[in-house]
Each structure stands twice: as C-alpha cells, then as structure tokens.
Design a protein around this ligand. Structure first.
Ligand SMILES: [Zn+2]
Length: 291
C-alpha cells in the first residue's frame, strides 16, 4: 500500500520507471502529465563510455483517456552525448519502447488499445479520435503501424487444411464509380479471414500462397473456390495437389442458371412449334368468299 502522494500519483499514471514532474488540467478538459525517466544513464552504444546528459526536449504523446478525459503525456527526454572525443557516435535521444516507439505520436499502450478497439470491436477511426482527443490521421497512422505488424506476423494463424478464395467488392472508386474488387483468403475449417489481397485476378493470390513456407502449403489438402477461372489457376499453379471444391452457393447458383436457360430454350422451341402449326393450319383453312 502506498501513502506517499508522489508514489500514489505514479501508480495512477501506471508508467514504469518514471518520475512525475507536473500535472495540468485540475478541473475539466484534457489532462496533461509531464514526466521524465528514472533509469540510470547507460554507456555509449558505440564505445561503452558512460554517457552524459546534453539537454532535454519535451515530446507530447497521446495516451489513454483518464476517467473519460483525453490525456497527453509529455516526456521530457534526455539527449545524451559521448564524452570521448574520438567516438563517432555524437548525440542521441533517450528511448524506452515500454512508453512509446521513436517518432510515434501515440503511447504504446494507447496504440495497442486503439488497434484492438477498431480491429476487434469494429469502432470507427473518427470515434476513437474523438475519445482520445486527437485528429483522425494520428489514429489512422497508428492503426496502420500496429495492424500491419499483426498481419505480417505469420504465426497469427497455424496450419490450414482447407483454403478458400472469394472475391469481394471493395470500393466504388472515382467519379465514374469504377468497381474495385479484392480477394479474401480464408481458412475454411475455422472461418478465419487470413488476408485480403487487391484484385480478383490470379497474380496477387498466387504470390500470397507462394510466399508461405513449404510445410504450410503442403498441409493444404482442399481448395475451395467460386468456379472462377483465375482462382482455379491459383490453385493449379500454387497448390496442384489440393482437391478443388466448388462452394455450394456458387454451384447451386450455376445449376439454377443452367436450368433456367434449358427451360427457356424448351419453352421457346415449343412456342415456335405451336406457332408454326397454327400458321400452317391457318393457311390450309378454305377461305370464305362472299357471293
Ligand atoms: Zn562513444
């Protein structure tokens, strides 16, 4: 249990190895917390000589809301220099990735939180920006950084026994609303969306499958597709051993389409035959002549 006011403040702020310098925003509105790191000065990364503090500069970061209030934390970063005149290192800034990564405008915990909120709960970027009290681009740039790191991590999904490809209308682009499609790559067994690649031709999907490891590809036994030629080409080239399966929706749709065509053809033939018979009967009928 902490009774010291400074320590209590540090516990509430919940950042490791920091000393709280100042808190602004006593009443309503955004909260600003100034702090500096308490970690010992380390050696020069180039030669190992104990570094010295050159100066400090303030870096403002968007943090998680505090009791519903948008919060900024201002990190008074130390800038170090190497006292060895022969060392080529020069000066460098303090880094602590537990707080934030260099050149990021958002703390690491806020970046993880907003990625989860948008990715898992489907909240909009604008909604999160309003809650954090920052602009749309700050949230979107952070989402791209953290989201791409998650997508590029191959360990996020395991081996897949049945791989599926399906096209999706992604956007209507430009003044003429040109249709832009994307291809969804899915683990059919679990229903998990593995990735989305641009276009509905075979190239992007083939590149995606071929960039997997050999073990991963050999584990794919079944390939599901919607009867499209490009997707068949993907599986023929990248997974030739996989059994190709047409999904029931497109199979039934195609069967219904062929049945309709057959029905129309037969009906037209019958109608034409009946029409010809009627015409012939009309011609053979004796004409009534007025006397
Ligand atoms: Zn040095």
């Amino acid at each position: 249990m902490a009774t010291d006011p400074t320590r209590m403040c540090e516990i509430l702020v919940d950042l490791l190895d920091v000393r709280i310098k100042e808190v602004q925003g006593e009443h309503r509105g955004p909260l600003t917390i100034h702090f500096e790191c308490r970690r010992e000065i380390e050696g020069c990364p180039e030669c190992g000589v104990l570094a010295r503090v050159k100066d400090r500069h303030a870096v403002s970061l968007v943090d998680l809301p505090t009791n519903g209030r948008p919060t900024r934390i201002v990190w008074h970063k130390r800038r170090f220099f190497c006292p060895d005149f022969d060392c080529p290192k020069g000066s460098w800034s303090e880094v602590d990735t537990r707080i934030a990564f260099p050149r990021h405008l958002v703390t690491d915990r806020a970046g993880r939180w907003l990625t989860y909120q948008i990715g898992e709960h489907g909240r909009s970027v604008q909604e999160i920006a309003e809650e954090l009290g920052c602009d749309w681009h700050t949230v979107n740039d952070t989402l791209l950084r953290y989201g791409e790191a998650l997508i590029d991590d191959d360990s996020r999904f395991g081996l897949v026994a049945a791989l599926g490809l399906d096209e999706t209308l992604f956007v209507r682009e430009g003044p003429y609303h040109r249709l832009r499609f994307s291809t969804s790559i899915v683990d059919v067994g679990s229903g998990q969306l593995l990735d989305v690649v641009p276009g509905r031709d075979s190239k992007a999907s083939t590149d995606w499958v071929e960039s997997r490891t050999c073990d991963w590809r050999f584990h794919v036994s079944y390939a599901t597709l919607d009867l499209s030629g490009p997707y068949r080409k993907v599986f023929n080239e990248a997974l030739p051993w996989a059994t190709q399966i047409a999904d029931p929706f497109h199979l039934i749709k195609l069967a219904n389409q062929k049945l309709d065509e057959c029905r129309r053809r037969v009906q037209n033939q019958l109608c034409q035959r009946a029409s010809k018979t009627a015409t012939r009967a009309h011609r053979n009928q004796p004409h009534m002549v007025d006397v």
